[in-house]
Ligand binder design. Sequence first.
Ligand SMILES: C[S@@+](CC[C@H](N)C(=O)[O-])C[C@H]1O[C@@H](n2cnc3c(N)ncnc32)[C@H](O)[C@@H]1O
Length: 428
Amino acid sequence: MNKTQTNKSKSFEVTITDIGAQGDGIANRLGKRYYIPYSAPGDQLLVSPGAERKEGRSAKIETIITGGNDRVAPRCGHFQICGGCALQHLSISAISRSKRDFIVTALARRGLSDVVVLDTINIAAGSRRRVRFAAKKLARRVLLGFRAPRGRNIIDIQECPAVRPSIIALVEPLRVLVRKLESLGNAASISITESESGLDILLQPERPAELTLPDREKIAQFANFNDLARIAWDDPRGPEPVSQRREPLFRFGTSRIRPPVGAFLQPSVEGERAILDAIVKALREPRQIADLYAGCGTLSFPLSSIAPTHAFEGDGAMVATIRRGATRNELTANERDLDKMPLTPRELTPFDTVVFDPPRAGAKSQAAMLAESTVGCVIAVSCNPATLARDLRLLVDGGYEIESVLPVDQFPWSPHVEAVAILRRNTM
Ligand SMILES: C[S@@+](CC[C@H](N)C(=O)[O-])C[C@H]1O[C@@H](n2cnc3c(N)ncnc32)[C@H](O)[C@@H]1O
């Protein structure tokens, strides 16, 4: 008897109660918690047990006995094979509720149980403007797509309803290009961003390589034929634009910005707008704003038309981008590693409003400094509920009150969620 048959013979029935932070359905049985991918709340399932996990055990659906009310037909033919999405089998309202729950749960784990967590703002599928594809040359064809769930295999995609149509339209031409480029070797990553002036592409061979002259010509022809804005090669000395027919442009507020190759940008225009709207709504006639972990100034530029804004960012190329785009004195940009050298309470004194938007690891050191500051309004933007909750705990312990937390689902069908938390210093 093989292992699969052994596990099947141990199948048992469960009912799904919730969706966990990694997108798996959760069921409890005989005091044990099971995590079941692609299950929906209310599902009655026959499942077979899988590997032990930190807080329970994974299990696999053998049969859906009765589907829960939130079960819907997935939109994409690659669903469950491709690792890009985990939640396409859930209704939008179930996804919204689950993402809000992820935040509520993360806050509760830090003892922040009475926080006002608003209803999730949903960003429509098809709006994702940034992707990183994996590509691999086989004997007769090129695989190009996302990785399989929990695996290294590349799923060769024909469609992706999560992503902007202009990006998906380029998948087939890219397969042909990858086949032709010898410098790319057998495996590569391809990052694509949709800008206002066209697609911006970065080719990254898995093994660093010099780009040959014939390959340069093929890339230039490809860029012309497909009317690309820019296509760059990840040279060992740094990304090199091979063909730039137009500068990739992004509009932040009223400014048009030209980010460097590979710069951070919010995954969708609509998500970016939802985050900004939440921040602007929270402002109360600010006099001096600090925008920490500012990237290329997504938030700094629009904020600077409300009050003088000082951006702080660790990446020198992004700081330079802000400086180039800042045409008025209302915006300054400073290069600074905010994890190693957070702004101190003294340095924070001039600011009545601070926005911080760190990477997934959060802003522990900076939050600790803010907790000791006199800043009146702190706005935390985060793509990781666990580190957000840790940072908010520090702020609450330092005398801040959390006014509200807004979940923004700008990663449709993935288990990720963005959040905007508004805090004010308790003056009592
Ligand atoms: C989630 S992005 C947010 C960027 C920007 N607020 C936006 O909306 O586009 C986080 C930013 O933090 C920057 N960053 C990462 N580690 C940093 C550090 N230790 N100090 C300062 N900035 C850092 C990254 O370069 C990135 O631009």
